[in-house]
Ligand binder design. Structure first.
Ligand code: DX5
Ligand code: ZN
Length: 216
């Protein structure tokens, strides 16, 4: 069974807390925060104030995805507001080991992400340092894009490396995930399914999350 992480990027910000309460009630496990800086990606979303305001009202795991160039200045701010996982991008950082270590030193779980066109082998030196690998199955920046099939090769690589070396990181996929491909992703070894438009665009959150988890 996979964990389900709705991305609030696709929620209705005018009713944000109501949407979050509804997905939690519907069985979501994690809440995914897409933080965009307008530089690493061509879009701007929101900062740690949103996490700070939401945190007291939910028990879901706070999963922060930083699509930000050189995010070291923001990492302590998200940690302070109660982030559980903080994920940074391989492509966005010069001294990646130091950034991963910074996340760990603040008591958060360490996540590492890669874009669909990044060779997964480049991340090999960091795999012993992480708790989560986030495979982007779309180019980051916007919700509602189509799943890029070739990213399954990256997922297969990270699942294989985990088994070969006895690593314990979780594998998460993000972008174009829906009930239509969830079963295939679970079978491929994906532990956490991020979905924005497929969940918040659905009429029935209980039903869409049940389908994605594969529950009868
Ligand atoms: C893309 C974000 C994703 C996105 C997912 O930049 O990282 O989390 O919101 O949205 P959907 O599920 O609609 O592809
Ligand atoms: Zn994301």
């Amino acid at each position: 069974m996979s964990l389900i992480a709705p991305s609030i990027l696709s929620a209705d910000f005018a009713y944000l807390m109501e949407d979050i309460k509804e997905v939690e009630y519907a069985g979501a496990d994690w809440l995914h925060f897409d933080v965009m800086d307008g530089q690493f990606v061509p879009n701007i979303s929101f900062g740690y104030k949103v996490l700070e305001d939401i945190k007291p009202y939910t028990d879901m795991v706070m999963d922060v995805h930083l699509m930000v160039l050189e995010p070291d200045h923001l990492i302590p701010e998200f940690a302070k507001r109660g982030a559980d996982y903080i994920t940074v991008h391989y492509e966005a950082i010069d001294d990646l080991s130091a950034t991963l270590e910074l996340i760990r030193s603040l008591g958060c779980k360490v996540g590492l992400s890669l874009n669909p066109d990044t060779d997964p082998h480049l991340l090999k030196p960091y795999l012993s340092q992480i708790d989560l690998i986030l495979v982007m199955s779309v180019f980051p920046g916007f919700g509602g894009q189509s799943f890029i099939e070739s990213t399954m090769e990256s997922t297969a690589y990270f699942v294989e490396q985990r088994q070969l070396h006895g690593y314990s990181y979780l594998v998460e996929m993000d972008g174009g995930v829906s009930p239509a491909n969830a079963l295939r992703l679970r079978d491929a070894g994906v532990d956490v399914l991020v979905a924005g438009s497929a969940i918040f665009g659905a009429d029935d959150y209980v039903e869409v999350i049940r389908q994605m988890k594969g529950n009868k």
